[in-house]
Design a binder for this molecule. Sequence first.
Ligand code: ADP
Ligand code: MG
Length: 653
Amino acid sequence: MIEFQGISKTYRIGKIEVKAVREVSLKIEAGEFVAIMGASGSGKSTLMHLMGLLDRPDQGRYLLAGQPISGLSDDELAALRNRLIGFVFQQFHLLPHMTALENAELPLIYAGQREMVGKARRELEAVGLSDRMTHRPNELSGGQQQRVAIARSLVNDPLVIMADEPTGNLDTRSKEEILAILQRLNREGKTIVMVTHEPEMAAHAGRIIQMRDGRIIADDRRGEGVPSSAAEGAGPARPPKRPYDFLKVVDSTHQAIAAMITHKMRSFLSILGILIGVAAVIAMLALGSGAQASIEQQLSSLGSNLLRVRPGRSFVQGVALESGTVTRLTPRDIDAIHRLPDVRRVSPSVYGRVQVVYRSSNANTTLEGVNIEYAPMRASEPVAGRFFTQEELRTRAKVAVLGQTVIQELFEGADPIGQTVKINLINFRVIGVLPAKGASFGGFRDQDDIILVPVTTAMKRLLGKEYLDAVYVEGASADVLDALQEEILDLLVRRHRLINQPNADDAFDIRNMADIKATLESTTRTMSVLLGVIAAISLLVGGIGIMNIMLVSVAERTREIGLRKAIGATQGDILMQFLTEATLLSLIGGLIGIGVGVGISESLAFFAGWAVKISLFSVVLATGFSLAVGIGFGLWPARQASFLNPIDALRYE
Ligand code: ADP
Ligand code: MG
């Protein structure tokens, strides 16, 4: 069954070499009950790990049921351990978060034989634990835990049971129970290899091998426990390849959920890390694109190809005092500008603050006097009612077109058209409602908080102004704007007799609205980038959090990984389990994060009135990134652990 030919194993710690097993040759026949004895450090455990395929020898040949094992891969060894060998360890090595039954079933899962769960139940009954199936290891006595471990070692019907000091941690009564079970198994045909340093335990074995300093110094065979040739011949055929079928995914999901529930705090922290990252990204990007959208809307409502002319502020009083008035714009300047060939539309503008009253409501708002070309120029065609007419302009009619904010403040849902409001105590008829131009953002004023009236009415009846505050000029196309700017300046300088005056060019302030747009746009872009950077940082911090927790989680569970490998998990199985776990954690965190992010964005919009725009892109980006971070950082340490020798992983402290 087991044949060692000159097997050696040397451990190296720095420069020191420990020859744990030196050129051991031995044969164990099927059906034997072998006790390996010796002082502590004599190499008993190492010898057993080599026999149990938990470790590879440095030298020598190992034939298991007549077949050499040296050429087999790690995964093939795992499959052989799973099918042929059952392990019982001094420390029991049960998985703490699983019930007795789940622990006993574990090798079946790695054998792809879940349908045989009844076998685990039967084995537990056979070791006298029929009433402890759903208990967890910490609810069982040491002897009971070891009996669960024996049931686990038997569940795949192995040829050999290898027990390393199985009674080392137990009281006398439990010792006897365990020993009785091992003897019964041996009578039923199982080969048993048991490491022990207690002579009274060894006395029950059919053969006692004594070790000292890595060598066998005695090998006594006794009468009883004669090898039964019956079990011979059931050699280790190459294990069948186990496909990653659907059940396997179900199993690893089940294992992952069980592990997550066991480590509630850690799972919660992982989820929290991802959650914060995802929520931050979604909220930040929603704010950024909301601001951008709101500014774009305001920009488009400015109108296009627009120039704004205002009296120059920087005009120095080098001119004689009485000509201080020469830079003031008059309605006749409008007509002159209108005659320029590249001009499409012109509107004057005077503005000021006014008090409006409708019944018991009143509001303080901006009033602007304009002409009828203003509406098409500034995208201000009324959405209800109408704009004023040329006739009303001529007659200084007391009619007003109201912005959305004014309407909200005064009318509370009532239809404003045809109503009379008092503007600075003068009665005006409301004839139209302006389109919404977008909520104000940051320092920009609310463009909907406005009343438009004929410019003539504004100047003569309301504001008492003789001059215009500004003139809006719409060019024929975007290409002519630069030239037009010059032409208007020339025209005004001539009309106001400023030729040859110093600083004549500063007498009027002519701005291309496209320049203002460009400035605004670059400001928003800067802000979006800034928000994006903050979001990226929070994702990164979240990612580092996940990595830490995953690293701790894997380190903490190295022994679990070792145990799983010892009973037959392949590297793929281990990776699969951790991958499922990391994916589940990231997914849960990501989904809650989306909810929280959307919630934050919506409440910012609702309570603070900020413009937000949640984009699918940000949701996909944030979730994708967190998944990648969670899985990447979770998988990497798991991969390291899955490469460990099972025995090194089991010994990990
Ligand atoms: P026993 O089980 O008989 O007490 P072991 O087989 O555990 O002895 O150990 C035999 C020798 O090998 C000891 O000197 C021990 O210190 C050394 N040894 C065992 N495992 C390792 C290891 N992983 N690294 C280094 N030395 C080891
Ligand atoms: Mg030992």
